[in-house]
Ligand binder design. Structure first.
Ligand code: SF4
Length: 343
């Protein structure tokens, strides 16, 4: 049995043609799955009976189950899904005034092991398939009642650009008018700085949002916080980002998690404004770190956060200060999965 969500519309059309069925049924099947949220082929009432049977014999639509849902006092909601191989993945719903964002995972675990993130703690297990990535969106939208889902960020467990092909295929399906029809500009890829992935992405011709996690403004600090910096140091990363902006004419958002006693002093703010000064079309998102007990990290105090932000603003850097969301349900990526897998 195969996951039907691993197939693009064209691939599904080819399967149908191999079965001597009309190609236009592919659009109907997409509509049943992604628009109407039907998870049983037998309910696809406008398909011929023999096609429904054949689909049932060869494909499944969704094969993971919801293990738990956690609600935060600030409206954030985290879902823990159990996959068929007994792995766990997390997806988070983040409500805001005019949008409802689904934060989705792309891997089970992560090989990059950033110091402030729980996702890498259990090591890397495997990439999610395209169907599993779409399954998270499908589950959030239909089974958990978030029909208004307007934005998707690939910022959950795993490094999206380390699962490039499955991710891009999922994005093209999410973006398709025959499926979720979520505009590319409402889809964000968040990367820890995988340079070859950023270069590939620049040539995809997609209007998606790119966000790059910097979290430090000098190589020594960044390498201590993020192992990826040893392979792709800051100078090369910033050059790749500059190239991306030139090619796509799209803004890049740089994520900077403020961690107490690690990267939140004024010298770090000075360095940050220097490395970003020539990058037009970029902005910085400052996020006070979620407390992760296992990693002994936490946010700096409020005056230090404001000092950091104000220095950047005075230097002409575009900055937003984000509130950490869902702290009471451990919504920083990987925290929940980690705790659940330990049980
Ligand atoms: S921050 Fe991202 S890249 Fe780093 S360990 Fe966590 S999931 Fe992996």
């Amino acid at each position: 049995m195969r996951d039907i969500k691993d197939l693009t519309l064209e691939e599904l059309r080819q399967v149908l043609q191999g079965w001597k069925q009309a190609g236009f049924h592919a659009r109907q099947i997409f509509s049943w799955i992604y628009k109407k949220g039907i998870q049983d082929f037998s309910q696809m009432s406008d398909l011929p009976a023999d096609l429904r049977r054949r689909l049932q014999e060869n494909f499944f639509i969704l094969d993971f189950r919801l293990a738990r849902v956690f609600q935060s006092g600030d409206g954030t909601e985290k879902s823990l899904f159990a996959l068929k191989d007994k792995s766990f993945i997390e997806a988070v719903i983040i409500p805001a005034e005019k949008r409802l964002t689904g934060c989705v995972s792309t891997q089970v675990g992560c090989r990059f092991n950033c110091r402030f993130c729980a996702s890498g703690l259990g090591g890397f297990k495997r990439n999610l398939t395209t169907g599993e990535i779409l399954g998270e969106v499908l589950y959030l939208k239909n089974n958990l009642g978030h029909k208004r889902l307007s934005h998707i960020v690939f910022m959950g467990v795993g490094e999206p650009l380390d699962n490039y092909n499955n991710l891009l295929k999922a994005i093209r399906i999410i973006n398709s008018g025959y499926s979720f029809n979520i505009a590319a500009r409402r889809i964000t890829i968040s990367t820890c700085g995988i340079i070859p992935g950023i270069k590939r992405l620049a040539d995809e011709g997609l209007q998606i949002e790119l966000s790059v996690s910097l979290h430090a403004s000098d190589d020594k600090t960044r390498s201590a916080l993020m192992l990826v910096n040893r392979k792709y140091p800051l100078k090369d990363l910033i050059a790749a980002c500059s190239e991306y902006i030139k090619k796509t004419n799209r803004q890049i958002t740089f994520e900077y998690v403020l961690i107490k006693n690690a990267n939140s002093d004024l010298q770090s703010a000075r360095n940050l404004s220097t490395i970003l000064k020539d990058l037009n079309l970029s902005k910085v998102n400052l996020i006070p770190c979620n407390t992760v007990r296992e990693l002994k990290v936490g946010p700096p105090d409020k005056p230090q956060v404001l000092l950091f932000r104000d220095y950047l603003l005075k230097s002409g850097v575009k900055v937003t200060l984000r509130k950490p969301r869902g702290q009471d349900i451990e919504a920083a990526c990987g925290q929940l999965r980690l705790r659940y897998e330990k049980k």
